[in-house]
Ligand binder design. Structure first.
Ligand code: NDP
Length: 244
């Protein structure tokens, strides 16, 4: 039976690169997006031109019903979802003291409840088949904390807890759960920072540069592959040496 991969937040940045990498490895891919429909559809066209099966689906990962509908649509069009990449995420800079309730709630809703919604939507099939794989995207700030990014770091630390706990719970059911913790990667999320901050982050990275989305995609594709068949509950840090 043909099965599929669902990548949340795949219209841009790291998610886009992951969807392209998984499609190259033969996965039919569901490209989830929220606001950038044109970008998501352009990626789907590009993949179809390469004879890959792909579809785009708009859903706010924070919306449980929308995520369930997306998983149903992907399963019908591409085959049951046996690989889930929880990539969609938002960030927020500023002093913790100044963070208002709405921003805190939205960060938790997208970065933590989003993965909860997606995992719960794909699990019934995976549990029935006793097979499946989940790759979560955390961050180095989730490993070590990040000044002026406290709420974001909290959600990314939560993703690591989710990864390890689910890995233990789902291992007997043949489902692997891992996570990638990227360092500073050249995407719109980091382009939103000032040029000075970006230069400082590149300088603080032992490899002397920001990472590329494709470099994170390779790490995610590895964890999703048979090459990682005995690996579960792990955090693979891809950060050019930042946290060493
Ligand atoms: P970008 O801001 O470049 O892209 C974010 C993606 O997530 C877009 O495709 C966006 O879709 C989607 N998205 C945002 N909110 C939602 C939502 N509520 N529902 C569905 N999709 C949503 O981010 P990056 O590529 O940089 O980041 C991807 C992941 O990697 C995030 O989880 C981030 O925290 C993590 N990360 C990034 C790092 C970096 O340095 N860039 C470092 C460490 C971790 P659309 O545009 O269609 O709205």
């Amino acid at each position: 039976m043909r099965t599929s991969a669902l990548i949340t937040g795949a219209s841009r940045g790291i998610g886009r690169a992951i969807a392209a990498a998984l499609a190259r490895e033969g996965w039919p891919v569901c490209v989830n997006y929220l606001e950038h429909r044109d970008a998501a559809e352009a990626l789907v066209r590009e993949l179809r031109d390469q004879c890959r099966a792909a579809m785009a689906f708009r859903a706010d990962v924070a919306d449980r019903e929308a995520v369930a509908a997306m998983v149903r649509a992907a399963s019908e069009e591409l085959g049951p979802v046996e690989l889930l990449v929880n990539n969609a995420g938002i960030s927020c800079q500023g002093l913790f003291q100044d963070l208002d309730g709405a921003a805190w709630e939205r960060l938790l809703a997208v970065n933590l409840t989003g993965p909860r919604n997606a995992v719960q939507a794909v699990l019934p099939h995976m549990l029935r088949e006793k097979r499946g794989c989940i790759v979560n995207i955390s961050s180095i700030w989730g490993l070590r904390g990040g000044s002026c990014e406290t709420a974001y770091a909290v959600t990314k630390a939560g993703i690591i807890g989710l990864t390890r706990s689910l890995a233990l719970e789902l291992a007997p059911s043949g489902i692997r759960v891992n996570c990638v913790a990227p360092g500073c990667i050249e995407t719109d999320m980091v382009r939103a920072l000032s040029p000075e901050t970006r230069a400082m982050l590149a300088e603080e990275t032992p490899m002397g540069r920001l990472g590329r989305p494709e470099e994170i995609a390779e790490a995610a594709a590895f964890l999703a592959s048979r090459r990682a068949s005995f690996i579960t509950g792990q955090v693979l840090t891809a950060d050019g040496g930042f946290t060493v």
